[in-house]
Design a protein around this ligand. Structure first.
Ligand SMILES: Nc1nc2c(ncn2[C@@H]2O[C@H](COP(=O)(O)OP(=O)(O)O)[C@@H](O)[C@H]2O)c(=O)[nH]1
Ligand SMILES: [Mg+2]
Length: 291
């Protein structure tokens, strides 16, 4: 079981400060939820659920149970299902952690004996291509690059991935904001190009969200869903976010599968989302494990 106690330190500190370290008091717990970006309405409902529980457990332990039950709606890991290559298109806003997440996913699959190919689909910036190239070298995998049209790079990469009998093709894309209509429309084009290269692909449309943005990420899900479709989420920078309560809002309003969470800048800093562990860490209930 993933122990999020260390990476959730900022959120837990924020929670404890807002709750005045009084984890036996319902109002204090509610304040803790609000201050970690759960949202006031939802925080009130969660605390009501806790109050309605007829047990002698301490309030914070009850809250951990209630949160875990809600967060379980986000649990759904990624399975390759024998589709070869399994094509993952990675999307998100600038700086959210797309390229780093691709490196982490690459490491994840390589250590599971999968043959991985990277596609440098962020053709806007030369630095982006170089960044992914460096990761490819470090992780010892092949990379398809190109200049100009990202759809062409994605198309070529999927074709190469098929020819080279790769298990996984990871397609990077340039960062874009929901307000940049033409760039958003381009995502649909990249998706179509991948589908032309391999019918049924992409098999996963992965949206990378920066956890330090808290609930602001919810609007991003909606926007990317509309133009390209979203089948899974990666929540990055959980280690630097004090807004870890936003996952509760996510579970309520936009329950997409959280495939992975990013917990640092290294290639190994990727974890599968575990609702129980997350709830325990957030409520401070597993502090006996914290480092
Ligand atoms: N602390 C932390 N930093 C991260 C994480 N993921 C990415 N970063 C950092 O965020 C910055 C932007 O990442 P990058 O992958 O280039 O974002 P992109 O523009 O979406 O491709 C880099 O400095 C990364 O090292 C994470 O999970 N935790
Ligand atoms: Mg990038």
């Amino acid at each position: 079981m993933a122990l999020f106690s260390r990476v959730l330190n900022k959120t837990r500190q924020q929670f404890a400060d807002a709750a005045d370290n009084n984890h036996d008091d319902f109002a204090a717990l509610e304040e803790g939820l609000i201050m970690t970006d759960t949202g006031a309405g939802l925080a009130a409902r969660l605390i009501q659920e806790v109050r309605d529980k007829d047990t002698s457990k301490p309030p914070a332990a009850l809250l951990a149970d209630v949160m875990a039950a809600h967060l379980r709606r986000l649990e759904a890991s990624l399975t390759l299902d024998g589709r070869k290559p399994f094509v993952i298109m990675v999307m998100g806003i600038n700086g959210g952690g797309k390229t780093t997440t691709i490196a982490k996913l690459c490491r994840w699959f390589v250590t599971r004996n999968k043959k991985v190919l990277l596609a440098a689909g962020d053709t806007f910036r030369a630095a982006a291509r170089e960044q992914l190239g460096e990761w490819a070298e470090r992780l010892d995998v092949e990379i398809i690059t190109g200049v100009g049209d990202p759809s062409a790079v994605a198309f070529d990469a999927v074709r190469a991935g098929t020819a080279r009998q790769c298990d996984v093709v990871l397609v990077d894309t340039a960062g874009r904001l929901p307000s940049q209509t033409h760039l958003m429309a381009e995502l649909a084009k990249i998706r179509r190009a991948i589908g032309k290269s391999m019918p049924g692909a992409p098999h996963e449309l992965l949206l990378v969200l920066d956890s330090t943005n808290g609930q602001n990420t919810l609007a991003q899900i909606e926007a990317f869903q509309q133009v390209a479709g979203v089948t899974g989420l990666v929540l990055t920078k959980l280690d630097g976010s004090a807004k870890g309560g936003f996952l509760l809002a996510l579970a309520e309003k936009m329950p997409k599968p959280v495939r992975f969470v990013g917990v640092g800048e290294g290639a190994d800093d990727l974890e599968i989302f575990d609702a129980d562990a997350y709830a325990l860490a957030l409520s401070g209930m597993n502090s006996q494990y914290s480092t």
